[in-house]
Design a protein. Sequence first.
Length: 116
Amino acid sequence: QVQLVESGGGLVQAGGSLRLSCAASGRAIINYAMAWFRQAPGRAREFVAAVRRSTSDTSYAGSVKGRFTISRNNAKNTVYLQMNSLKPDDTAVYYCAAGAVDYNFWGQGTTVTVSS
């Protein structure tokens, strides 16, 4: 089992930045692909970004590409999401996920609110 705890959410003005953290425990994340998803009010959960076991292999949703950066620190068992140039449409609960094939482990989420 992997336990995931997100932090770093908050209220920020449009154009601002936030960095989310996802601290893992139970197992080393080096064994897993890690990802961030988000769910806005009234909308389905959507993929944001992922980093594979190789830290150079990342992928992003088109809506965040060029603004968000996912990274992992295996020594700290932590994954990050640097979010720049935030827009009101980025307002959502952000979830961290881990998995070897599918994303089997999920955190409880951290809320990001971007004001216009």
